[in-house]
Each structure stands twice: as C-alpha cells, then as structure tokens.
Design a protein around this ligand. Sequence first.
Ligand code: MG
Length: 383
Amino acid sequence: MKITQVICQVLRVGDTVAKTASCQDAVIVRVRTDDGLEGVGEADSMPEVVKAVIDSPFSNNVACGLRKLLIGENPLETERLWWKMHQGSVYYGRTSVVITAMAAIDMALWDLKGKYLQQPIHRLLGGKHHARIKAYASILFGRDGAQTAEIGRRWIDAGYRAVKFGWEPMGRDERLDIDLVRGARRGLGPDADLLIDAGCVWDARTALQRAHAFAESRIGWLEEPLRQADVDGYAWLRDRSPVPIAAGEGECGRESFRPLIDRKALDIYQVDISRCGFTDAAYIRARVEESAARLVNHCYTSPLTVAASLHWLSTCRDAFIFEDCVEDVPLRHELTHEKIQAVDGWMTVPDGPGLGVTIDEGFVKKYLVAESGRDAASARAAG
Ligand SMILES: [Mg+2]
C-alpha cells in the first residue's frame, strides 16, 4: 500500500468574527492510497499557512514541502513518517505551524491505519481505560459577572456538570476579574465543576494573587494565566498556587512540551491532537504519566479533532474530564455525519475503525475556499 495523494482543503463558513475561537474555519488533510483508502485529519492553526507547508516544493534536503515527502510511502509507518517530515522540514520547521501541519497528516495516517486494520485508534494506541469521559462545556466569558452567570446557567440546564469560561474580558482589571469568576460560580451553583481560562493575561505575581482570590469560588483549575512561553513563570506559580495550574494548548509537539514537563511546571497538561498528532501525543502521555501530573485534551475545532481527542484521552489512565467546545457554529456540528457532543454531560469514545467519523462531503463542497493535491484524473471524476 502506497500514499498516492495528500489533499489539503481549507473551509471557511461565512464571515469570521473577532473573538478567540478557532472553530470558524478549518484546514483538513486527506491522505489517499493506491488501495482506495482515505484517512482524514486537521490542524488547529492558520489554515492557509498549513496548506502552504504541505504544498511547498522541494527546496533542499532539509527544506521540503510535506506532500512531496509522503507520496509513495507506506502510510502505516507513522513513527518513521513523522521523523521523515520532521527532518525534511527542519530548516523552516521544528516548531509551531510546521508541526501542526505534520499533526494533521499524522491524524489522517492514524485514521487510515485504523480503517486498514478495521480497529479504532484507541486500540492501536494501546487500549482505552475509559468508555466515556465527563465533559465540560467550553465557552467564553460574558462581558461581566452577571452575563457570565447567565451563560453558566444555560449549560447547566443543558445537562453539563462542568463548565469552563475563557479569555476576554479577563485581565482588564482586578475588580472585573473577580466579578467574572464569582458570576460564573453563581451561574453554575455550588456543585458543578468550574474551570477558569485566563487567556495569557498576567505576570506570575499577579496570577498568584488572582489564584488566591479565585480559590473562594472553588475553581478546578486556573488555565493559561501567563504567556505560553513563560516556563519559569509557570514553574514558580505552580509551586505556590492554591489552585491547580493548567496550560499547554499552544504547544506543538513533543519538543514544545518537554521544557514544561522537565521543569514540572504544570499540574494539568492540555494536549491538542491537532497540534501534536497521535505520534507525539503518545510521547507526551508517557512523560506526564510518569511525572504524576494530569492530562486533558484541548479542542476548539471540528468533530475530527473531537473524535481524535476522545481516542487519545481514553488511553490516558487518569483521564477525568474532556473539553467539549459548545460554540454554536456549523463547523462544530455539520462537518461529520456523526454528531460528537456530550449527552447528559458525558462524551462517549467512538468505536468505529480509525477516528470513527465520516465527512459530510456536501458540507465540504459548500464551504471549500481552497484545495490542493488532488490529481487531475480524480479531480475530473469528482466534478
Ligand atoms: Mg484555553
């Protein structure tokens, strides 16, 4: 079996809104073989830049577009292909968007491997410990405490027993910060889990003050209080904070996570499969589990990454909660035929071959803004 096509598609649904929500567009990768099999994956990144990383030609042995490195290869050799992509792009890659492009391809390769072997990805990763995982509704803050309370009530009424609020306007001033968190707790009532995502807004000392102030609202974790690159700040804060510190969603692959893990900088590591791929997420899982910290998924994109995250997180021994983005956008609900969202506050791990989801081709056709990698014959057949 050989890889014959690496198709890259950018989807954009209507006008994008100025808010911190990456589920308004998508970049999808489809790896096809001479056996007629297809695996699909996605990256949570800048779609057009991911596409350029895949489409670029050969420049030299350490600067090559990813498609060129994959055509003719055996798609089952996921670990070797990860390394081949890494080394073949090392002069312009190693971090950030190139790793996310590799992650989308890796997700597609694992989907393809699962379909070829007729097994769900969680089994290929070593087996799931959990058939279902408690979900938290993941949403943005309201403009103040009162509106945040209303949002919280809405998701509790929808059956969730945990809600996370994030990003703006947190960080504007102390009074508003505390008002937002108190409002969130009011809206959720005393029993539900409340998680707070600050959105990288403070220095470590201010973050410690906020952690003490928020502790009265019994928050389950304080997420990304500091800049993503501030490893020293995270290590300092984690040693002193009265509440658990979470971060990691911006990290792309194993080398990006390594300093955080080596420094024991976090209580909770948030791994996004659309930025790490299954291959590097397996390394991160092993390292974090041996350090006795906790693992969760990060996911704010389409059902492809939701499914991928469920497969991966179910293989983590101590998985305790799953990020379920509840943004009301078509991409979140309509890209796949299967709807993967919490029911009564719980996510069920898919058991079909590969990712266990199928793309709605009508949806793709409707919102496609750019495509590359389909050979001329199949493009003609697809019309
Ligand atoms: Mg976050």
